[in-house]
Design a protein around this ligand. Structure first.
Ligand code: ADP
Length: 942
């Protein structure tokens, strides 16, 4: 490809040379042209003058010839022109244009040029017409001229002369040659001069350019140009040097700043590492501290609880209560600090699952109702009937936020009502959110403090701490939790009137369909209900809820108004199906109203439901009590209200004083689970507390002090449930649980419920327990109520009994029941007697040994059998069934032996499914057999 010639891109030396050469050439060319032109002009003039002179001479000499009409003479005159070599031809014409005489130079006479040129005639014609001389140049060959020949000033003829221009051409050629030589010389001189002179200009520029390149390539800004002239190039170099100096200076500053920055960065990095180390150490320390504090707290609170359940009186009970109260406060502070440090470290994570959000709100109201009552404040849950109850999220953290807000509301309110509300609304098109609010009628918060209360350790008023206590962490944690849930929290408040703390979180519907969604409405549709309550909020809440169930609701704010409404209805020939009465009302209370309604048959004997507070336990003892069909302790959960309305509607009076808040604490006295519990705990105090508590709820306790012992005990004792401490020497609770779950998976034995007992209260600890295969989690220090709740969750049993029967001893029987086998003894005593007979010492030792050996072997064989059958290994199954058959028969476990025989037989016939069918009955039989053998062993030993 040809590169385009671009002058501007040429190096400066070439540019200068080109300019100089160009200028020189142009000058010489111009001078030559000018010289040539001037030569041509003078030549032309001279030629014409010469021709004119020649014409004059020839014309004069020809006058006689023309006058005497002697062409020959004319020819002689013309012949004299031969002396002039330039003359090519000459012709004399008469005035009428006739050719008179002609002459041709010799050279041309031989050639074709013997004719008078046509141009001669043209010029003659023009001369005749104009009566003047005429000339014409024919290129650079000839010049033709016609002059009149006069006699006495009168034209008597015309002379045409053709003159050759050869000499002129020769002259021009000579000039051109000279010019070319001059040009060549000029170029040579110009070259020599320019190559010398241009370096004076280009050299400094080249130098500067080279320097710039070096500066750029080497980044060496210390280099300098050396200006050698005072012209622009010199100025350029000075400028360039200045620029380099500036850059150098800036570089130094930059390097300095960089160094400072790098030092600062290193410092920050070190600080960050130190902070991270400190933070991790802090987290670690907090976790450890929490564990360390919780462990003795478990002893303190547990023992206090047990102490309080003993016969304490007077001041001693007071002391115990104070210990318990202080312990619980301390625990709350520890929990807050832990949560807060988690939030700070950004380590707080949510644990999400499906749950009933309405239940959460009602649970909070339930839990805190009596605390509010003690402060003389009402606590009312207001749940919008349209709220989607089953949602997905972190129920525990949601509960924590609500607990904090309601707890604060109770703390800062001394009269009026606190409303815990839940509604659902659209945050933006297509997006729903749950909106919670806690509205109180308490002291309120100053407007300039409103934003501060969500800051950590912030309290609206410093005096708050003194008067109300608290750490100022609750709202900061709540804010973080709400934001973690993708929501926001805010407060509105008027000092002296109260505050409303609200938060909203995006509604995420439950992943799975709830087993029982919503309420069955049918029985309540169209039912006429009268709600009598002096509290307007309560009336509204009930009215709204009952309307949502499609009942027809009327409300009355007093007994008197209620009676009036009943009378009016009677007059209209209508009647109410149900009356919902509040017990406490000014003037006439609910009980009296109930008696009045019952005494007026015209009211149609509506079903009467009485709402009473927990402190009104004496209510049913009043004489009018029997007038009421059902008592509902406040606060009433929606589900309980719903069911109670239907019960009264369908069944009439319910004898029992219904308790809707089966708080474990209240019921603890009447709880007995009748289970055998394996308690795994290494710290003696904790062991003692848990043992006493478990015994208190009707559990027979077997103890183990580490995971390994626990695993052995599970095999030997076959407990119904395990309460497992997590951190223990030798083998911790996580490993033990994991091993147990692996065993179960291998052998197919039923899953043994394991409840973790841990002093670590963090969510991830809980997760760690669940990951290790445990089913539930109780955080230390725990109360008896926590134990009961865990037992209920895990076993699905309420543990409620009518009397405090000592059920612990029934544990094996209870298991036998679940095993659903016949109550006939599993062991044939005669076999044992026979063994005893063989004992030389007759002290039962032999029997004990044999039973021990059997128990150990049978367990292994049973597990082998199950594993083999489930793993489709017929041979191994047959072998295990055979061994188990004979050893079982030896100790009198005849039913088990029979089952094994049958399985062995099936196995030999290749019928694995028959073996599989028999596995569960065999397992049950085996457990009973072992239980009975162990029982016999004890007897034998005795
Ligand atoms: P604590 O209650 O432990 O001090 P919180 O973070 O829960 O910490 O509350 C911070 C402060 O906000 C409280 O000390 C109190 O000044 C103010 N506050 C919170 N809730 C209310 C309320 N319902 N009414 C009035 N003030 C409140």
């Amino acid at each position: 490809m040809m590169t385009k010639f671009v002058f501007s891109d040429l190096p400066i030396t070439k540019k200068l040379m080109l300019i100089m050469h160009g200028a020189t050439l142009l000058a010489v060319l111009f001078a030559s042209l000018l010289f040539g032109a001037s030569e041509a002009f003078s030549f032309r003039k001279a030629t014409l003058n010469q021709i004119a002179t020649l014409s004059g001479v020839i014309g004069t000499n020809s006058t006689a010839a023309i006058t005497f009409e002697d062409p020959e003479l004319a020819g002689q005159v013309l012949g004299s022109l031969s002396a002039n070599q330039a003359v090519v031809s000459a012709t004399v014409f008469l005035t009428d244009g006739e050719l008179f005489s002609t002459y041709h130079a010799e050279i041309d006479a031989d050639t074709a040029e013997t004719q008078v040129p046509a141009v001669a005639r043209e010029l003659v014609d023009a001369a005749i017409a104009n009566n003047s001389s005429q000339q014409r140049f024919s290129g650079l060959k000839f010049v033709d001229a016609v002059h009149p020949i006069t006699f006495d000033d009168e034209a008597i003829g015309y002379l045409h002369l053709r003159t050759s221009l050869n000499s002129f051409v020769t002259t021009l050629q000579r000039i051109a040659a000279v010019a070319a030589i001059v040009m060549l010389l000029a170029v040579m001189v110009a070259y020599v001069l320019s190559s010398r002179l241009q370096s004076a200009v280009s050299f400094p520029i080249q130098n500067l350019s080279g320097l710039m390149k070096r500066v750029t390539n080497d980044q060496d800004y210390s280099l300098r140009a050396e200006p050698k002239s005072g012209d622009e190039i010199g100025a350029l170099m000075v400028g360039f040097n200045d620029m380099l100096k500036q850059i150098n200076l800036r570089d130094e500053k930059l390097a300095f700043a960089n160094q400072e920055l790098s030092d600062a960065f290193d410092e920050t990095l070190r600080a960050k590492e130190a902070a991270e180390l400190a933070s991790s150490a802090k987290s670690d320390f907090l976790a450890r501290m929490s564990h360390e504090i919780r462990t003795p707290m478990n002893g303190v609170l547990g023992m206090t609880e047990l102490l309080m359940s003993s016969d304490l009186t007077g001041s001693k009970r007071k002391f115990a209560e104070t210990i318990q109260h202080s312990g619980e406060s301390l625990l709350a502070v520890i929990n807050d600090i832990l949560d807060f440090s988690k939030v700070e470290a950004g380590k707080l994570t949510l644990e999400e699952s499906d749950f009933d959000v309405c239940d959460t709100v009602e649970g909070i109201v339930d839990l805190l109702y009596s605390r509010a009552q003690q402060r003389g404040v009402g606590l009312i849950g207001v749940i919008d009937p349209d709220v989607t109850a089953f949602v997905h999220g972190d129920a525990i953290r949601l509960r924590q936020v609500l607990m904090n807000l309601v707890g604060n509301a109770i703390k800062f309110t001394s009269e009026g009502d606190i409303i815990v509300g839940l509604t659902q609304r659209e945050s933006e098109p297509g997006m729903k959110e749950l909106h919670f609010y806690v509205q109180d009628t308490g002291i309120g918060i100053k407007s300039d403090q409103l934003d501060l209360v969500f800051d950590s350790f912030a309290q609206a008023d410093v005096s708050t701490t003194r008067e109300y206590g608290g750490t100022g962490l609750g709202l900061a944690i709540s804010k973080q939790l709400v934001e973690l849930m993708g929501g926001r929290i805010w407060v509105e408040s008027v000092v002296g009137q109260g505050s409303t703390f609200s938060f909203s979180i995006p509604l995420i519907a439950a992943r799975q369909e709830p087993a029982l969604a919503g309420f069955s409405l049918d029985p309540l549709i169209g039912i006429r209900v009268l709600v009598v309550d002096d509290n307007e909020i309560n009336r509204d809440v009930f009215s709204q809820q009952l309307s949502a169930w499609q009942a027809e609701v009327s409300t009355a704010e007093s007994a008197r108004a209620a009676v009036a409404m009943l009378e009016a209805a009677t007059k209209r020939g209508e009647k109410f199906d149900l009356v919902l009465l509040d017990f406490y009302m000014p003037e006439t209370d609910g009980m009296e109203l109930a008696a009045t309604i019952r005494s007026r048959p015209e009211f149609g004997q509506p079903g009467l439901l009485m709402l009473s507070s927990a402190d009104s336990e004496s209510v049913p003892d009043r004489p009018e009590a029997k007038c009421v069909d059902l008592y509902l302790p406040k606060p009433v959960r929606r589900a309980v209200l719903h069911n109670s309305l239907i019960t009264v509607l369908q069944e009439g009076r319910v004898e029992k004083f219904e308790s809707t808040a089966p708080l474990a604490e209240e019921l603890a006295e009447d709880v007995s689970f009748g289970l055998q519990a394996l308690l795994v705990e290494d710290i003696p105090v904790n062991m003692q507390v848990a043992r006493l508590m478990l015994s208190g709820v009707g559990c027979e306790v077997v103890e183990a002090t580490n995971g390994q012992e626990a695993l052995e005990s599970i095999v030997k004792q076959r407990p119904d449930i395990v309460f497992m401490d997590c951190q223990m020497p030798i083998m911790d609770g996580y490993s033990a649980s994991r091993i147990q779950r692996t065993r179960e998976a291998k052998t197919g034995v039923p899953r043994l419920p394991i409840v973790a007992l841990t002093a670590n209260a963090l969510a991830e600890d809980r997760q760690k327990c669940l990951d290790a295969g445990m089913d539930d989690f109780i955080s230390k220090p725990f109360r008896k109520a926590d134990l009961i709740e865990a037992l209920r969750r895990v076993t699905g049993k309420s543990g409620l009994v009518s009397s405090k029967a000592p059920q612990a001893k029934q544990a094996p029987a209870a298991r036998a029941e679940t095993a659903a086998v016949t109550k006939e003894p599993a062991i044939d005593r005669t076999s044992l007697d026979q063994i005893n007979d063989l004992d030389p010492n007759q002290n039962g030792e032999l029997l004990n040994n044999i039973i021990d050996t059997y128990c150990e072997n049978a367990e292994v064989l049973m597990l082998e059998l199950m594993e083999a059958a489930r793993g489709d290994d017929l041979d191994a199954a047959v072998r295990a069934a055979h061994s188990l058959k004979s050893s079982s028969a030896n100790v009198g476990a005849q039913r088990l032996a029979a089952l094994c025989r049958s399985m062995e037989h099936n196995g030999r016939n290749g019928d694995i499914s028959a073996i599989l069918e028999n596995l569960d009955p065999a397992w049950n039989e085996y457990q009973i057999a072992v239980d009975e053998l162990v029982a016999n062993k004890t007897e034998a030993a005795a």
